[in-house]
Design a protein. Sequence first.
Length: 210
Amino acid sequence: MKIVAVNASPRKGWNTDTLVNHAAKGAEEAGAEVIHFDLYRLEKYTGCISCFGCKKNQFKGHCIVRDGLTQVLDAIREADGLIIGSPNYLSEMSASFRALYERLIFQNLTYNRENPCCNERKIPVVLIMSSNAPDTMYLNLVKNYQNTFSRFIGDCEILISGNTLQLKDYDATDWKWSMFDPESKIKRHEEVFPEECQKAYEMGKKLISR
């Protein structure tokens, strides 16, 4: 089995990237081949440009724009499962996540009431979001993404990691970040975040049997 793991965070080695890698490790140790993509390290790309090329019969289910995202879209199309993670920036997923999301979903949308989705090969999805806000604050946002992924890509499970650690040293910032309690952030990162990493691992491991 082939699993695509997508990191839609610009910060290598931090919360989102770590959770995606744990999920990928679970899939790998269950016997899958995992292909990794870091969206912020690809060649230049955009979100959907609404050219409607994917609405032509010869391109059904295929975004015809050729750029840095093409290899990701092609890999997902051939994969048996998808792991994708994004941080929450300003109450939304990252811009890179949105660009891929638009292109991934819209290519499968037919605008046909009888058959709104042309994707005939559904695959399971693990969707991960990290945020420095409480775990439940953006639950509805993530559930909306979950529903859309389930409709157009395949059955989607979600993992939200909230109240995340943003910096190793909060005192090193020029501005005092008085909104946060560094000690509680560190405590949660040491006690709760490892449990979330284990959950991501188990979700990735389970992915190949869904």
